[in-house]
Write a protein that binds this ligand. Structure first.
Ligand code: N01
Length: 530
């Protein structure tokens, strides 16, 4: 008996929406299950103060529709979280997707049945069956709340930035503590400092950050982007990271120090993630990286008035951009305020949470609100949370006890007819996400079309292909400085007990795309089609 759906997609963020659109175009019966009450995925949940994208708006968007590109106009250089949601709402209605999305439905488990070659998906609204299961659950959607003793005893309120209350949080007149200084903390800290009576920042690892230089997008700029989209998309497609900027071909060690300083200063003035493209080898050569790291360290010392605070904020245990680099609006300047205090919790660790606040080895910090900007169980967390069971009854959790294994980040041996959009071992978080998402969705759509044309209804990654891909992924990471940052969430180091495996594919977006295309052209080499 045919299942009721050809495909079930889990998640209605950038990935799920575009996947649904493509499935519809293929004439497939498809449904999206979304646990939130609206579209947006990551952007549905991350509504903390200051949340906006670090990619620039003109390319943090879909490219599949030329009409959409022309009709939507962004208002700022970096899109704020409400504007991204408004864009995705627009896309949902523009392409008539809403009727096939079931909101407020959480997937609680799914298993593959070999006899019928179908997936049975269990959810909070019941069970359904489908031929293909497609995860569009994002890479950074499972909140990581640290297991600090005593949290239940806290008399005040506490929040995780990735599950921010939709009605907002009024911190006026309150003593707030923020734990974490990653991209999220660095965005939230200056905004919360403006509003709260007092802010205490609990920092474990000092971080590099580049000024975002956000501002309104003038009509002339928007018009120019719209005119140049064909060229912009071409640059993205041929890039290492899906961003439309070209990485310099010059080594950071080539120019005289004064000239190198001038190049960094220009990049600092332009702001944003493209700072790391100032030289070719910032992420490949430790000495080159040190020049960028030193430049930023000097800027921190220049901006922060109190030398002791400045030294606490200067990163020394990893090189610039070996962890995901944040960008900011007045982050370091915030520490010049009298009502902001920095606590180095590596020197004086958090021991427990008490009714009055946070107790470190140095004493109690009295607080009314605690904000955990402590990140995510990245990449594997959202997939493991689905409780998937493969063809022989093995759970994904068991299979990945020692870390993830995938083929191209798209398929998993033992889990036939499952596609994982931006899964582990694909470029995902090292790239501009919508670019990687579109590439995966297009590849999956092409694959499904191929299966139909061949009259087959089962596809499974080969174990040998998975092993070879894991080796290649490790080699690609080892060719960069990225695995050297031992506290990085790329490695899973932020979640206690998580296996340390470098999870994103660091070999470059263009190279990865070529590999995926070759695999398809070779009749889906490394997959078994039956
Ligand atoms: O999370 P993080 P994030 N005690 O893991 C600290 C994307 N993003 O939400 O570095 C004390 O980077 C932890 O310390 P350490 C982006 O890809 C995008 O900030 O592990 N501290 C770190 O300082 C980003 O990289 C955008 O030593 C603890 C912080 O909490 C990714 O999301 C905006 C702790 C967590 O930093 C994740 O960023 C925001 C503990 N027990 C995020 N546990 C845009 O593009 C953790 N920490 C808009």
């Amino acid at each position: 008996m045919e299942p009721e759906f050809d495909a079930v997609v889990i998640g209605a963020g950038f990935a799920g929406l575009y996947m649904l659109h493509r499935l519809r175009k293929l004439g497939m019966r498809a449904v999206v299950l979304e646990q939130g009450d609206g579209v947006g995925g990551t952007w549905y949940w991350n509504r903390y103060p200051g949340a906006r994208c670090d990619s620039e708006s003109y390319y943090y968007c879909y490219s599949f529709s030329k009409e959409l590109e022309q009709e939507w106009t962004w208002t700022e250089r970096y899109p704020s979280h409400p504007e991204i949601r408004a864009y995705l709402e627009h896309v949902t209605d523009r392409f008539g997707l809403r009727e096939d999305i079931r909101f407020g439905v959480r997937v609680t488990g799914a298993g593959f049945d070999e006899d019928t070659r179908t997936w049975t998906v269990d959810s909070t609204s019941g069970e359904l069956r489908c031929r293909f299961l497609i995860t569009a659950v994002g890479c950074l959607s499972t909140a990581n709340v640290p297991d600090i003793p005593g949290l239940d005893s806290f008399d005040g309120r506490w929040f995780h930035t990735g599950r921010w209350p939709h009605e907002g949080v009024d911190v006026r007149g309150r003593r707030v503590g923020i734990v974490g200084t990653g991209s999220t903390g660095i965005q939230a800290i200056p905004v919360v400092a403006e509003q709260a009576a007092h802010l205490t920042v609990f920092q474990r690892t000092a971080n590099y950050s580049i000024p975002a230089r956000n501002g309104p997008l003038a009509a002339a700029e928007s018009d120019a982007y719209k005119r140049d989209y064909a060229e912009i998309r071409e640059v993205q497609a041929n890039s290492t990271n899906g961003h439309p900027f070209v990485v310099s071909t010059q080594s950071a060690l080539e120019p005289e120090p004064a000239e190198r300083e001038r190049i960094y200063a220009d990049a600092w003035e332009r702001g944003g993630l493209r700072f790391r493209a100032a030289f070719s080898d910032v992420l490949a050569d430790a000495d080159a990286n040190e020049t960028a790291s030193d430049f930023i360290r000097d800027r921190i010392r220049e901006v922060v008035d109190d030398p002791e605070t400045a030294e606490k904020l200067v990163p020394t245990d990893h090189g610039f951009a070996t962890k995901r680099p944040p960008i900011d609006t007045h982050y370091f300047e915030t520490y010049n305020r009298d009502d902001v205090e920095l606590v180095d919790v590596r020197a004086t660790p958090i021991e427990e949470i008490v009714p009055e606040g946070v107790r470190t080895s140095d004493g109690v910090y009295e607080l009314d609100d605690i904000v955990f900007a402590t990140g995510f169980d990245a990449l594997t967390g959202p997939l493991l949370g689905l409780n998937l069971t493969g063809s022989d009854g093995t759970s994904l959790r068991e299979l990945w006890t020692y870390g993830p294994r995938t083929y191209l980040g798209l398929g998993i041996h033992g889990f036939p007819n499952l596609f994982t959009i931006t899964g582990p071992f694909s470029p995902s978080v090292l790239t501009n996400m919508p670019t990687s998402i579109e590439q995966h969705v297009d590849w999956i759509a092409r694959c499904l079309e191929h299966l139909r044309a061949q009259g087959v209804d089962r596809i499974e990654a080969e174990r040998s292909a998975e092993i070879a891909w894991a080796e290649h992924t490790q080699e690609a990471a080892d060719a960069t400085l990225l695995p050297r940052a031992s506290s990085s969430w790329y490695l899973g180091a932020n979640v206690p007990g998580k296996p340390k495996v470098f999870m994103p594919y660091a070999g470059g977006f263009a190279r990865y795309t070529r590999t995926c295309d070759e695999v398809a052209t070779d009749g889906y080499r490394g997959f078994v089609l039956t």
